[in-house]
Design a protein around this ligand. Structure first.
Ligand SMILES: Nc1ncnc2c1ncn2[C@@H]1O[C@H](COP(=O)(O)OP(=O)(O)OP(=O)(O)O)[C@@H](O)[C@H]1O
Ligand SMILES: [Mg+2]
Length: 252
């Protein structure tokens, strides 16, 4: 059974950082697919993985080839082959990059096919982590799968937590199927824990605090991938068992 985690939140609060570290950590616990669903893709860079192509590129490629596919090749076959080519296959995880969303025009048939393929692909992994753009509106168009866990990342500010709550409500309004929700207050400075916790309490969501991490920030400055041994990674490791339902924890 695939366990799907979607990561969402306000711009710049650490969604991709948290996603990359979740990927690093969970990739030791089974097969892992990382999905970069932000058109401004940078999960590959945070994971140190080259991105051979994007779903958006595959869609554009097919549309520009209308009528020029080899005679014996259906659109389905073409898309299946291309999807395999753009999947970055690593030692401990694979990475799928969504790229640009569809532009105006009727791409419904192609999009539906792609969604079916992406859903099937996700089904073949133990864990899937989806790093989203700041909004979540595109998510339901990209997969019809239900999320086991929606991780809402916020900075320790009222605006960040307010956005997390709005996204949580939006998930309900969009009828996204979400198992559980968790708020992560990221970038808390030492001494600010009580204030951050009080802020998190106002959301009504279960939450954890993650501290400001100089090593993570420096990695970003230099464009160095996250290795998974940073203090922030260790903090996330500690809360990983609580991400899963207790039945699964007992099963190991
Ligand atoms: N706990 C932390 N301590 C220090 N720096 C952090 C921490 N978490 C994230 N950062 C830094 O904050 C910046 C934004 O992080 P990140 O790119 O993960 O945010 P994002 O929410 O994915 O942004 P976007 O909305 O642009 O996709 C990066 O420079 C990252 O290194
Ligand atoms: Mg990001």
């Amino acid at each position: 059974m695939t366990f799907l985690i979607a990561v969402a939140g306000k711009g710049g609060v650490g969604k991709s950082t948290v996603s990359a570290l979740l990927v690093r950590s969970l990739s030791h616990k089974g097969t892992m697919l990382a999905v970069d669903a932000d058109p401004n893709s940078n999960l590959g860079q945070k994971l140190g993985t080259d991105v051979p192509g994007t779903i958006g590129g595959v869609r554009e490629g097919l549309l520009s080839k209308q009528g020029q596919l080899p005679r014996d090749m259906s659109k389905q076959e073409y898309l299946k082959i291309k999807l395999k080519q753009i999947l970055a296959e690593g030692d401990t995880f694979d990475l799928l990059t969504m790229g640009r969303p569809e532009g105006p025009g009727c791409y419904c048939y192609v999009n539906n096919l792609l969604r079916v393929f992406v859903d099937q692909l996700m089904d073949s992994y133990d864990h899937v982590v989806i790093d989203n753009e700041a909004g979540m509106e595109h998510l339901s168009r990209r997969t019809s799968k239900s999320m086991d866990l929606l991780v809402l990342v916020s900075d320790p500010t009222q605006v960040g937590v307010g956005t997390a709550v709005r996204l949580s409500d939006l998930a309900d309004e969009l009828d996204l199927k979400v198992g559980r929700k968790l708020l992560l207050i990221n970038g808390v400075r030492p001494g600010d824990e009580d204030r951050a916790s009080a802020l998190a309490e106002t959301s009504g969501l279960p939450f954890h605090l993650l501290h400001d991490d100089d090593i993570v920030r420096k990695a970003s400055f230099s464009g160095t991938p996250l290795k998974g041994d940073e203090p922030l990674a260790n903090e996330l490791d500690d809360i990983i068992p609580s991400l899963f339902p207790s039945s699964r924890r007992r099963a190991g």
